[in-house]
Design a binder for this molecule. Structure first.
Ligand code: ZN
Length: 431
């Protein structure tokens, strides 16, 4: 099937192109970008008229927990450790696979409506979440969250993960990472057990890391060395590694991490909400680290709308340095696209609009007054685009939303009711 996106202003994020954006036609053959040309005059099965619209690669959310949508705006004003142990985990203990199907499905719709086509997910209840992800037809770097201290439950989680990978090999929209939750929820031996799985299955590792200063202090106490050297000790630097947060990384550790295949998935809004701090991304970049962007779960990150997170991450760095020249919108857009693809090992498939890559594409309709004037398009995209501007979302050549209308057979109104009933059922009752 040939689909053509015609007359759009295309922000390719292809570093080989001279211009940041230009008028181009994109020809999609089945799931792949077949041709990018000034003007396509050939035949097609479907035409998508993008006149007056902006065409971008689908955004890539490099750290999230799709099953956490029920926690949105439920437990604000708690520090990280209290929030997890007193507010989140007691509820998660009672979530069924069916609950997680619904909570993940809501997140998938949120992604499609806000222009994210790939997520790097870490959660449990994988039967439910996988069903939702497959129904929503989004691209997923999937996992089974692992935590424990070599007790039978924790080892069972590893077996569950291996089975998951085994049963879902070769699916185009699905790849996997090994996801030990963090160095404070896994003991050293268990972290090393997870490392063995990454070696055995040739998979990247994705872990929460140095989210706040308390965590850094704990790792220093437990391992008698710095967090990056602790990662080295458990063998993680021998793998492709995605570190979620990395809010506090010393200069020496930055250099050690940058000398390996390590990416930092920064989650600025989650870090603000939980009072964790502001990562020094300017310094990380100077030291050569690949930085990508995540939303975290909605419980701390509020929204999966990456446009919102892009705007905040840019402004935070400028405020931190009291210098607006240290960061810029184009760099932020790279974090949400091509750098994200690099972090996930998917750079040859997604992250930019290039011939031969998969057709993960979004179209923005900048019709509203808030995005005028359109003098600096990249600045407008990063700072002023809202979900109402997302017109069309395409994953792997499949149009999931067109002219703001979802094409998926999902009953959104029923889903919203289901989500409310899950959180009301699980929340502790007030006396
Ligand atoms: Zn997280």
């Amino acid at each position: 099937m040939i689909q053509v996106i015609k007359n759009g202003t295309v922000v390719t994020m292809d570093e080989k192109r001279q211009k940041k954006y230009e008028k181009l036609d994109i020809v999609i053959k089945d799931d792949t970008i077949d041709k990018i040309t000034d003007s396509y005059t050939g035949t097609y099965d479907k035409l998508i008229d993008a006149s007056g619209k902006i065409v971008l690669p689908g955004l890539i959310n490099c750290h999230t927990h799709l099953g956490m949508s029920i926690f949105r705006a439920t437990n604000d004003d708690y520090p990280l450790q209290d929030w997890l142990t007193k507010k989140i985990w007691p509820i998660e203990d009672h979530m069924t696979d069916e609950d997680i199907y619904y909570t993940t499905l809501l997140s998938c719709l949120e992604m499609i409506k806000t222009g994210t086509t790939t997520s790097n997910d870490m959660y449990f209840g994988v039967n439910g979440s996988l069903k939702a992800i497959e129904e929503a037809k989004v691209r997923s770097v999937f996992s089974r969250c692992l935590m424990g201290n070599m007790d039978s439950d924790s080892l069972e989680r590893i077996e569950e993960f291996k089975k998951l990978v085994n049963e879902n090999q070769g699916k185009e929209l699905l790849t996997f990472t090994v996801t030990p939750h963090s160095m404070y929820t896994c003991n050293e031996e268990y972290l090393m057990e997870c490392e063995k799985v990454a070696t055995e299955l040739h998979l990247p590792i994705h872990i929460h890391y140095s989210e706040n200063e308390k965590e850094v202090e704990g790792i220093r106490n437990d391992y008698k060395t710095s967090p990056a050297k602790a990662l080295e000790k458990v063998g993680y630097l021998n793998h492709k590694l995605i570190l979620a947060h990395g809010t506090f990384i010393s200069e020496e550790d930055q250099k050690l991490l940058a000398s390996h295949d390590v990416s930092i998935a920064t989650n600025p809004i989650s870090n603000l909400n939980l009072g964790c701090g502001i990562a020094d991304l300017v310094q990380y970049k100077k030291n050569g680290l690949n930085i990508c962007l995540g939303t975290d779960g909605q419980g701390s990150g509020n929204t999966l709308n990456m446009f919102y997170h892009m705007s905040v991450v840019d402004q935070l760095q400028k405020a931190k340095y009291q210098d607006p020249t240290v960061f810029n919108s184009y760099e932020v857009l790279k974090m949400a696209t091509i750098y994200g693809a690099r972090a996930l090992g998917l750079e040859d498939k997604i992250g930019s609009i290039e011939e031969g890559k998969k057709a993960d594409i979004i179209i923005l309709d900048l019709h509203n007054t808030e995005v005028y004037p359109t003098v600096d398009l990249i600045n407008q995209i990063v700072h002023n685009v809202e979900s109402s501007n997302i017109d069309t979302t395409i994953v792997n050549g499949c149009v999931l939303m067109e002219n703001h209308q979802l094409t998926l057979p999902i009953d959104e109104e029923k889903l919203k009711k289901d989500i409310n009933s899950i959180i009301y059922r699980l929340m502790p009752k007030e006396n």
